[in-house]
Design a protein. Structure first.
Length: 181
């Protein structure tokens, strides 16, 4: 296996050029290079195929550069006076929620249980898997399939209008198809 010192000697200059081509500040590029070599040193024992060393090194460098740029994104504090209006949006969602329980009750037992536990009782999927004696992927699958069946029931029952973010703005029952809303 290759040592970190040998990798440093062989790839240091090329990795520095690679990073500097993507980061304009030389001191930042040097910091990133240093971080790349720390990652290389700590993860070298995980490299199983020595023939892939170079691609592995450059992937670490790319990921470290991406991490650097992500860290620069500004974060904004939410103003203290942010609130959700209980006007029309709240009214629409409240009306829609009234339709959901009868639809949930029509689901097959296994999906109904999973939806009630996750969406009404607020259990995590891990807790659901333990409570129902399922594997975690099995519980996730039940919740996902239950949601899909509910979506199909809702779309079969009502016409929906969405805002640009995907929120429900309005819904109207389809004639003769929905006796729940």
């Amino acid at each position: 296996m290759t040592s970190t010192e040998k990798i440093w000697k062989e790839y240091h200059d090329n990795l520095r050029r690679f990073i500097q081509a993507r980061v304009s500040d030389k001191s930042v590029a040097d910091d990133i290079l240093q971080e790349v070599f720390v990652k290389i040193h700590s993860g070298l024992n995980t490299l199983k195929d020595g023939t892939r060393l170079q691609s592995w090194l450059y992937q670490i460098a790319r990921n470290t550069i991406v991490d650097y740029y992500r860290s620069l994104r500004p974060t904004e504090e939410l103003p203290e006076n942010v609130y959700i209006s209980e006007t029309e949006d709240g009214k629409v969602l409240s009306e829609l929620a009234d339709c959901m329980r009868p639809m949930i009750d029509e689901l097959p037992q296994s999906y109904r249980q999973a939806i009630i536990l996750s969406e009404i009782e607020g259990l995590t999927q891990k807790q659901i898997s333990e409570k129902l004696g399922l594997s975690l992927p099995g519980a996730k699958s039940r919740v996902q399939r239950g949601k899909l069946k509910l979506k199909e029931m809702l779309l079969d029952c009502c016409h929906f209008e969405f805002d640009r973010r995907g929120g429900v703005v309005e819904f109207n029952p389809k004639r003769g198809r929905c006796n729940k809303c």
